[in-house]
Design a protein around this ligand. Structure first.
Ligand code: BJW
Length: 253
């Protein structure tokens, strides 16, 4: 039995085929990637202040790199789940489509997504602390901790956005443009606690978008959302997709 709200959402998507999707760690949870704030979340085991700030890296780059090396090993073999697959499919379905992800795991790309803005960077990239050059790096485990720049020998850092760091301006601008333009804003698997991403859905809504949230539990966004569906992203998205396909077939007949 499909929830009535899921039917309503699929109808809205057909009437307004213009969508921005904001994803968070919950989208990758069913692939086995740890979330940050859930019962087994990373921030239950580790202090963000010790591992995910520029100050922590300046104090002890080796410790920070050991943590990133451990996380990279943990997720090296994970695969996209049905939520990633549906999102990748939708970029070809909707005339206007932008995926904004807070995730650094690269699973959206592995599922085939190309119209993607990575807000918080990518755990498979490293950046030279001296010259700012970015390199892809998939070595697991790292042969040297902390790793050094192959060009100039300076310290490399993970190419991610830590607390207290600004998002890259091009990434921020591109997100804003998408938020101003979209008619539907779908927020999936984020606790909506980390700024500025947490404000993005409200910016889209204030510009006329219908706000849809998919999460296991209520978040600070839930009271603003036009529709909230509680459940696993890997279950809900295929249901919406199934209804979209059925409606499209009806249109063709
Ligand atoms: C499921 C599910 C399933 C589970 N299906 N759902 C304004 C007010 C207050 C504070 C600030 C503010 N502005 C800035 C700040 C400070 C800070 C901030 O927001 N702090 C708050 C926490 C209080 N923000 C920043 O510092 C940001 N920078 C900034 O604003 O700079 C300003 C500046 C301007 C100019 C100069 C200098 C500075 C940067 C934030 C960077 C965040 N970085 C991290 C680490 C990335 C790298 C790494 O991975 O190591 O990003 S922290 C972490 O949180 C990570 C995530 O992307 C981010 C969000 O987490 P997410 O994705 O929401 O995960 P969870 O675990 O929280 O939630 C999972 C959800 O999924 C849950 O709701 C589950 O229920 C659900 N779920 N399974 C559906 N199967």
């Amino acid at each position: 039995m499909i929830d009535e709200n899921i039917r309503k959402i699929s109808k809205i998507l057909i009437q307004r085929p213009s969508i921005v999707i904001l994803t968070g760690a919950g989208v990758s949870a069913e692939s086995g990637v740890p979330t940050f704030r859930g019962p087994d979340g990373l921030w239950r085991q580790f202090r963000a202040e010790d591992l995910a700030t520029p100050e922590a890296f300046a104090r002890n780059p080796g410790l920070v790199w050991e943590w990133y090396d451990w996380r990279r090993q943990k997720i090296y073999n994970v695969e996209p789940n049905p939520a990633h697959v549906v999102i990748a499919k939708w970029e070809k379905y909707f005339p206007f489509f932008v995926l904004i992800t807070q995730n650094v795991d690269g699973l959206h790309q592995k599922a085939g997504s190309t119209k993607i803005i990575e807000l918080h960077g990518n755990i498979w990239k490293v950046r030279c602390t001296k010259e700012g050059k970015v390199f892809e790096n998939r070595q697991v485990p790292l042969s040297q901790i902390p790793p050094l720049c192959p060009d100039c020998g300076s310290l490399l850092r993970p190419h991610v956005v830590w607390f207290g760091e600004a998002l890259p301006s091009d990434v921020f601008e591109a997100s804003l443009q998408a938020l101003y333009h979209t008619k539907v804003m779908m927020v999936i698997g984020t606790s909506a606690l980390v700024q500025p991403a947490a404000s993005f859905p409200l910016i889209a809504q204030q510009n006329g978008a219908i706000l849809i949230e998919i999460n296991l539990e209520p978040t600070p966004l839930s009271s603003y959302a036009d529709f909230t569906i509680y459940g696993k992203a890997g279950k809900i998205l295929p249901l919406i997709d199934q209804l979209l396909s059925e409606e499209s077939e009806e249109k063709i007949e």
